[in-house]
Design a protein around this ligand. Structure first.
Ligand code: GRF
Length: 215
């Protein structure tokens, strides 16, 4: 069965592309049917259009409040039919509880750090400044807490001598492009369940969600 996925972006959309390519080569049994951006000229929209994916823009600057923006976003998502999953991929807006509850356990994000370490912005600079030896990315369900929803999986990468923000972000981004499609596939085949804030994979309760290692 092919599930329909909606992806929300704000920029270049390389994670959206990785998801779309995984669908194309059937490592992910899904179809990206709708890409929505809050930024009208986001580069990821061009990729989506070139690949025949339905695109929409909901420009946050046209709404006087977060609530009104989120309501417009909900309308745009739901108008296209019930997506099995709504994925945030570099979507740079905080979402209201109304939004996150509507897509409860269908709303997933990828964050460029090993959450709960380094939530928020500039995660690569934060990791270097903290002299961390390890860094990575986290796929998690989205709730109203910023970068605080239940963790499904993490990918860990080393921080090497001489790394700067550019070299580290490139290493993490490569890991993101592997981790996100893999975790989405697990979610779609119902191998991931979330009760309260406890994530279970394949019916086995795990204290530490899935951890991948990419070098
Ligand atoms: C990624 O690092 C993602 O984890 C973060 O923003 C970046 C977006 O990159 N939330 P892209 O737009 O998917 O290329």
């Amino acid at each position: 069965m092919t599930h329909e996925i909606t992806v929300l972006i704000s920029g270049r959309g390389s994670n959206m592309q990785a998801i779309h390519q995984a669908c194309d080569n059937a490592t992910l049994q899904a179809k990206v049917t709708h890409v929505i951006s809050n930024v009208p000229n986001a580069a990821g929209l061009d990729y989506a259009r070139q690949h025949g994916i339905n695109t929409s823009v909901v420009n946050h600057k046209e709404y006087s409040s977060r609530e009104l923006f989120d309501q417009a976003l909900i309308k745009t998502i739901d108008r296209a039919g019930p997506a099995k999953l709504v994925l945030l991929a570099g979507f740079m807006r905080r979402l209201t509880a109304e939004f996150t509850q509507r897509y409860h356990q269908r709303l997933i994000n990828i964050h460029p750090s090993l959450l709960p370490r380094h939530p928020g912005l500039n995660t690569h600079a934060q990791a270097i400044a903290a002299s961390d030896r390890w860094h990575g990315c986290t796929v998690h369900y989205v709730n109203e807490a910023l970068d605080g929803g239940p963790v499904i999986a993490r990918a860990i990468v080393p921080i090497k001598n001489g790394d700067n923000v550019d070299s580290l972000s490139a290493r993490v981004l490569a890991a993101e492009h592997k981790l996100y499609p893999a975790v989405v596939q697990l979610c779609l085949q119902d191998s991931v369940a979330c009760q309260d804030s406890h994530v279970k994979i394949n019916d086995t309760a795990i204290r530490n969600p899935l951890l991948y290692y990419y070098q």
